[in-house]
Design a protein around this ligand. Sequence first.
Ligand code: GAL
Length: 720
Amino acid sequence: MDRRTFNKLAGLAGLVGISALVKPEGTAEAHTAIEEGKENRKQWGRYFMGTAYYPEWWAPSEWEIDFRQMQELGINTVRMGEFAWAIYEPAPGKFEFDWMDRAIALANRHGIDVILGTPTASVPPWLYQLHPDVLSGNVMGPYTYGGRKGYCPSSPSYQAACASIVTALAERYGHHPGVIGWQLDNEPGFPFDAFDPDSERAFQMWLKKRYGTLDALNREWNGAFWSNRYSDWSQIKFPTNSAEGGWQPAITLAYRRFFSDSFLSHLRRQAVILRKAMKDQFIATNWPSPAWSVDVFTAATEFLDATAWDNYVIPPGIGEFQRQYGAGFNHDFSRCAGPRQRFFCAEQIAYVPANAPEEGLRLQAYINLAHGSHGHLYFEWRRPQAGGEQYRPSFIKSFDGSIQAKSIFKQVGKEFARLGTRLAEATTRADIALLYNFDNEWSQGFGSLGPKGRPYNNEEGHYYNGFKVLQRNVDVVPLSADFSTYKLIVAPNLHMVDDATVARLRAFVSDGGILVLNYRAGTQKMDVSMRRVLPPGPFAEMAGVIAEANEVDFIEYPVLEKAEFEIIFSGSDTVFRPHTILESLTLQGAEPIATFRGGRMAGRPAITRNRHRQGWVFYVGTDCAEDGFYEALARTVGSIGRLPPLIAAPYGVEVVSREDSKTIFYFLLNLTETTHNDIRLSKPMEDLLAEQAGVTRVTLGPLKVAALASSKDAGAKYAG
Ligand code: GAL
């Protein structure tokens, strides 16, 4: 492409980028195009057992050996090309695809299908040289060339260059029978900052569209506070280095909403291009975690065929067993977001530290399958000889060419070839929902970003882990979910909530549902301004409790002595310590199920429950760093909620189920290194691993798993 064509595309893309702020462009075209029943069985009819592979790193003479070895291990899918922009396009508009043609052909010849990444996560040097604005920046200033990521989704030059490379790839491979799907970009939304002039201008336009007038913005942001009252849109800057006070709540939330929208537009533009050119292929992307900086629920609803995430959860056998629930949380989130529950792990940790048992590899794979994943691709086949990740080991092929963990790999490959097909139609049904709301996440902080060091995802994770003790499935859903399908809704950190959602939750409880809320629930409107109420605000009546005095906040006032306080559940001797906060609760009809001990809070309620019409509301006026606290809460909630385990298994054994029209599949996952003998089943089931029918007892060795099937015809119902 010559310079003129490039500039023309840049201009067009600039327009597209701007119009994206007015109406998400191409939403209709980007929407899932694959019709039910017309799908390629290679996509969803089996389990992807795969790996990331970078042919561009190796001499072509080695590719054949690599693909052959993959085939021998049972690998059926590779992901390639997501960082190959400079190799595909060594100079502006000069494309070289022959090498990828050969790599795909070789992979296919060895029975391996290909997922191609669009390579837009790392720009080629020539592009940055021509248009330095393709890179954004962070608080330290503009990103400089040399690493990866950091692109500016609002830069017209970047948008044009992406449109050009994605179009060329779509034309080349959109009909390739050996390419089964596309990964858009790589880990979009990470890093979490994009501060540059194009983004700032786009932010101002985004605000204009959202608020209409500066009066409205100033009113909502309380422009009178510290005199930040704007009289021109161009005065609104990213407060990356403000003298005091940093980012105020309203601009923090607005920025994060804008950031998410800009990345959604970036991905949507690619999806539109691919959709037009492709046939029998799917579109996904690999979120670093679905619970971070881009609204995955919206992406999946609007333009993805499946969600995917990169699973770097620490291998089993190191640390507490609850760490493995980190995978469950991300799986359940991806599954609930994914169209028709479709999701997979686009990357899966291929590193087993020497002090971790290799058996954990198989357990991690089964955690994926149990939660409904359609596959996992290890990161990565072999470590690079040079480059930023040259010391990142891979358990698959090591530097001396040998294949490690071969027997486990082969076993998983063999088992999953069978189970993947058997479970292809099986989905997950849950009656427990954990609410996840991006607006609350963005305003409370996530990852390393936390306005007050109390990041949203910490509590989400704690509640998820705690409620797993009930040994039932958990959905992770947005506020827009249909609440009526659940018996229990756990809604931590719901500081911001709109009246309509409060009304829907009230109806849910009135009809017999159980709702779990925690401190500061309902205290903010969706624009993050405070409601003129005491916590839990609009929930106070149904919760039967109110926080009248100020809270004890260990983050706001680190001088307060934490060690002074304990939390004790009624009828139990175990005590827990509060972590960041204690609310001072006054009962207004509720009864305490846990109280504080120590200091002037002694005897005050820590957790309450209240009967509201047919249902119950639990209110947790504190938090804790220990999983045991949340497990104790979950047990109390579960005991009144008729929520028995799917299969009663010992502590540390995760129980998950999936089902299709004929069968319920149960997975027992021993997350611990303790052997559990004689786990009794309530009825005879088929043991899918031993390939034996009529099994009534199961023994699980350290980190071992059982996969069981129970026919619905034989009277088995969803255990609910
Ligand atoms: C992921 C990333 C990969 C690779 C990997 C290393 O987050 O997508 O490209 O860097 O981490 O663990």
